[in-house]
Design a protein around this ligand. Structure first.
Ligand code: NI
Length: 167
């Protein structure tokens, strides 16, 4: 084993948050049939299923085009992501929601495992974000968590309109 540095407390807290949010996504979509999950309960706003597809795609983009890029390259330019022109998002919305949610949770488990292996040096490898001032692995992971939390709130709102929210 190469010598490893202990992960500072802030990194651990961020990993815990990223893990906890996935449990919220699971809970807020649990026990609903496809027709409820795909129903736009707020007119012309994303359904629970579309929100889950968005979170899965953003997670894939974070892993492939943010995290792994910064770990492999020195200060890479990070490509912009536009959900409105993403054909893979559209394809995903045509699959059963249960498959998307299961894959999102599986990919989240891999992401968390990956983050747990990062050294302090790796957490602070830089990348150039398309919108924000230059960031690093930590700040992009924090951004990813806050972006997701914003959509988890929307999931809560959609769920509450459909049926009592499970504890
Ligand atoms: Ni979004």
């Amino acid at each position: 084993m190469p010598e490893s540095k202990t992960c500072p407390e802030a990194h651990r807290r961020l990993i815990d948050r990223i893990l906890a949010q996935a449990s919220d996504v699971q809970r807020l979509t649990a026990g609903l049939h496809e027709n409820h999950l795909s129903k736009r309960v707020v007119a012309s706003r994303w359904s629970l299923k579309e929100l889950a597809c968005h979170l899965r795609r953003v997670q894939q983009v974070f892993i492939r085009e943010r995290l792994e890029l910064m770990l492999e390259q020195d200060n890479p330019e990070l490509p912009a992501y536009d959900p409105d022109t993403d054909p893979r998002f559209i394809e995903m919305t045509e699959q059963p929601a249960s498959e998307t949610i299961a894959s999102y949770l599986e990919e989240r488990a891999h992401l968390v495992e990956r983050l747990r292996t990062l050294t302090r040096e790796q957490w602070h490898r830089p990348g150039r974000h398309p919108v924000y001032a230059q960031g690093d692995v930590y700040s992009l992971a924090e951004y990813h968590a806050h972006h997701e939390a914003h959509h988890v709130y929307q999931m809560y709102q959609r769920r509450a309109l459909l049926s009592p929210v499970p504890e």
